[in-house]
Ligand binder design. Structure first.
Ligand code: 8YV
Length: 329
């Protein structure tokens, strides 16, 4: 048998996926489930042709410095802010991600977080567990905000944003959105959404949902000034990336009652959570699980493997980000 190409699997994946890979490749795998250090990653990339990473490993010029044979890094994630694309282009390394397979699962979770936040579900559970439920009450129950007949403002109207819009329509909500570019009239119609300026969205939305990619321009898209535009009764949901929201400003706003509540799946510096956020009761916290269902996490791993395999077989990967690297190869 010809020499098997070497690949890196940078973090624990499903055992059956590893078995599948081992049939074709010599696999160097970090199954400890701990994020590899920058040094370990740089060293591991020095003698492999492909790598599977999980959205958190920084792939930049330094990570690629010793990588002489590397052809592809496949992210098991749709967001790829961990990739320095110009550096990967310069090194001739293909970058791939996992779009589509997680759209509905992630939109479902965005909606779940929106509902839990507006209706204070986790706060209510804590209340019950703490033995505070001594009687039913008109006034002394955790009173929430309605979704039906309210306006949801979606910032970032890609596949997942549109998925949330479609779900919101089913709840009788009005949908406004802001995005880098306006959708086609046909796509706007399909999700019943109207394009507005960011300021107008913040002023008019009863619920703001963030689903935009994390780029340098999107750092702190929501900070103190933006929160100040929101209604005091509004909720804010972030299923995009930490860093899009200024967590310190958000914690201050939640504590001062400047907005009603927040639902967060992602955090600046996660898995650390800002200590001031942990002190807020009007918040729903989740450990970056919007794509985490049995079926979808497997589909993400499978798509990442498909991307890696295509690249190593000299074919165009189905979700190639930097197409220029493939056309030059
Ligand atoms: C991933 C995500 O689970 O796809 C994304 O962008 O945030 C999640 O689906 C996470 O990046 C870890 O791979």
């Amino acid at each position: 048998l010809a020499h098997k190409p070497k690949i890196l699997v940078a973090r624990a994946i499903f055992p059956e996926a590893l078995v599948k890979l081992e049939a074709f490749y010599e696999v160097h795998s970090n199954q400890s489930d701990q994020l590899m250090s920058a040094e370990a990653l740089q060293k591991a990339l020095s003698d492999v042709q492909g790598a599977l990473v999980t959205g958190s490993e920084r792939i930049d010029a330094s990570a690629l410095a010793l990588a002489k044979d590397l052809k592809v890094v496949a992210n098991i994630s749709v967001g790829y802010n961990n990739f320095d694309i110009p550096a990967m282009n310069a090194a001739g390394v293909m970058a791939t991600n996992t779009p589509d397979v997680l759209t509905d699962t992630t939109a479902d979770f965005g909606f779940a977080l929106l509902m839990a936040t507006a209706r204070r579900i986790t706060e209510s559970e804590h209340w019950v567990r703490a033995g505070k439920w001594d009687q039913w009450s008109i006034v002394n129950n955790p009173l929430g905000m309605d979704l039906h007949n309210s306006t949801v403002g979606i910032i970032g109207m890609g596949r997942i944003g549109q998925g949330i819009a479609k779900r919101a329509l089913g709840f009788g909500m009005k949908v406004i959105y802001h995005n880098r570019s306006q959708l086609s009239a046909e796509d706007e119609k399909a999700c019943g959404a109207s394009y507005v300026a960011k300021e107008s969205l913040l002023q008019n939305a009863d619920h703001v949902v963030l689903v935009l990619p994390y780029t340098a321009q999107n750092h702190h898209t929501i900070g103190a000034a933006e929160i100040a535009l929101m209604k005091p009764t509004a909720t804010l949901v972030n299923i995009a990336r930490g860093g899009i929201v200024d967590d310190s400003a958000l914690a201050q706003a939640l504590q001062a009652g400047k907005i009603f509540a927040a639902g967060l799946d992602v955090f600046e510096g996660e898995p650390q959570v800002h200590p001031e956020l942990l002190k807020c009761s009007n918040i729903v916290l989740a450990p970056h699980i919007a794509s985490a269902t049995e079926k979808t996490r497997r589909a993400m791993v499978d798509l990442a493997i498909e991307n890696l395999q295509a690249a190593l077989d000299g074919k165009e990967p189905p979700s190639l980000i930097n197409t220029e690297v493939f056309s030059k190869a």
